[in-house]
Design a protein around this ligand. Structure first.
Ligand SMILES: NC(=O)c1ccc[n+]([C@@H]2O[C@H](COP(=O)([O-])OP(=O)(O)OC[C@H]3O[C@@H](n4cnc5c(N)ncnc54)[C@H](O)[C@@H]3O)[C@@H](O)[C@H]2O)c1
Length: 312
């Protein structure tokens, strides 16, 4: 049984991760400032003796004793991270700095939740870890993309300079229950619009592609990466390689909803990537990890979650 710190533990991914670690009988310390997460996401864990929560911003140092750290704190939806860009980049950079300092002092292994956004609008497709990316450092997405890139740099430097035991997960689009209703990411957007009988909003022509990973698979991948003795210090892509266009995703969701919602097209946001597909051969090789949940199955489960949430 380990003492495990999960920052961003009240968020979408963090709450699922906390749930899995608590079930494994680890002592889990969740740190969150609730900027995009919620107590509701971890309500069911609060009565567990091996689960604890601290309300804190990771931009400030944390003085706790732990054996392992998962650093997930950072809003992930463009709408949310662009609403306070200075706080977003501070969270990535100062958060990484503070938590790496904690990892150094406590000699803990530390995993960074990085992102496929470090590849920007990629010129290489699909994106292997060796690709350096095509990121606009000045645009409205830079607070997130460049913040996460700088955090990766800090992780590598803490490893080289202080021998901190690091893991870096480059997470591709992930979806599932406990995404926030208003979070504005494509899967939750489409499902919530269909459930409310509103038109489905597609940005651009909808031919841009994404690959979507179900949350249970992603959490398995994060834990496998943390536990692996051979996967550090280097970035490892985690995601589902099944690529789909945004307009085909809308059709899938409309067929689950069996509704007649219309589709409306809006201009593409600035710097929106045209294609994104996870290249996961490294994770397959190093972690023996593969996503298992098919898109249709994951969408059904996510649909059921949002229906229950909106019916409350
Ligand atoms: N979900 C995805 O598709 C995806 C893809 C790539 C990377 N990631 C990364 O995974 C992590 C979790 O993403 P998510 O989808 O669960 O997002 P989320 O917004 O649901 O969760 C982020 C959590 O971090 C907390 N947080 C934000 N800033 C904080 C701060 N300064 N101090 C303390 N807590 C803070 C939020 O309140 C929230 O609970 C993020 O770091 C994100 O960048 C997610």
């Amino acid at each position: 049984m380990k003492k495990i710190l999960v920052t961003g533990g009240a968020g979408f991914l963090g709450s699922h991760l906390c749930e899995r670690l608590v079930a494994q009988k680890h002592h889990v310390l969740c740190v969150d400032n609730y900027v995009t997460g919620s107590r509701g996401n971890i309500q069911h864990l609060l009565s567990q003796p091996n689960f604890e929560v601290i309300r804190q911003d990771v931009c400030f140092p944390l003085y706790v004793e732990v054996d392992e750290i998962y650093n997930l704190a950072c809003p992930a939806s463009p709408k949310r991270y662009q609403s306070d860009p200075i706080q977003t980049i501070k969270t990535s950079v100062l958060g990484a700095y503070n938590l790496l300092g904690l990892a150094k002092r406590t000699k803990s292994r530390i995993l960074q939740a990085s992102t496929s956004e470090v590849y920007g609008d990629p010129h290489v497709h699909p994106q292997p870890e060796s690709y350096w990316g095509n990121v606009n450092p000045l645009g409205p997405r830079a607070c997130y993309d460049e913040g996460k890139r700088a955090a990766e740099t800090l992780f590598m430097d803490y490893h080289r300079q202080h021998n901190v035991d690091i893991r870096i997960a480059r997470i591709f689009n992930t979806y599932g229950p406990r995404m926030a209703v208003d979070d504005g990411r494509v899967v939750s957007n489409f499902i919530v619009q269909a459930l409310r009988g509103q038109p489905i909003s597609i940005y651009g022509s909808g031919t841009q592609t994404r690959s979507f990973c179900y949350v249970d698979d992603l959490v398995e991948g994060l834990m496998a990466l943390m536990e692996s003795s051979i996967a550090g210090p280097q970035p490892v892509n985690l995601g589902n390689p099944q690529e789909i266009s945004v307009k085909d995703l809308a059709q899938k969701i409309l067929s689950i909803s069996a509704t007649e919602s219309k589709v409306f097209h809006f201009p593409l946001p600035v710097d929106d990537p045209k294609q994104r597909q996870a290249e996961i051969s490294k994770a397959q090789q190093l972690l023996c990890w593969n996503p298992k949940v098919r898109l249709e199955e994951g969408l059904q489960k996510t649909w059921a979650y949002f229906k229950e949430t909106l019916d409350k």
